[in-house]
Design a protein around this ligand. Structure first.
Ligand code: ZN
Length: 84
């Protein structure tokens, strides 16, 4: 088995670094994905799903744009290899 061609399975309870964020996946159940995202800038631990986030940016922007994805959502979707 080649390590390079094998697609790495995403693990829960494992921190993933995505840029300057750390995504800590708690559940990867399809439709029920949940992660804690740690933002080094503000040292917040955010609760993030592929469509929602507890950060202020998301709460404000999602009122104007229901499809808005903050960088925490994008980081989680990157870890889960979901489409943007
Ligand atoms: Zn966010």
């Amino acid at each position: 088995m080649s390590e390079n061609s094998a697609k790495k399975e995403v693990e829960v309870n494992t921190p993933y670094e995505v840029g300057d964020l750390v995504v800590y996946l708690v559940s990867k159940k399809p439709g029920n994905e949940l992660a804690y995202v740690i933002d080094y800038d503000c040292r917040y631990e955010l609760i993030t799903t592929p469509t929602t986030c507890s950060c202020c940016t998301f709460m404000f922007r999602s009122r104007l744009d229901s499809n808005f994805k903050c960088r925490h959502i994008k980081a989680l979707r990157t870890v889960l290899e979901m489409d943007m």
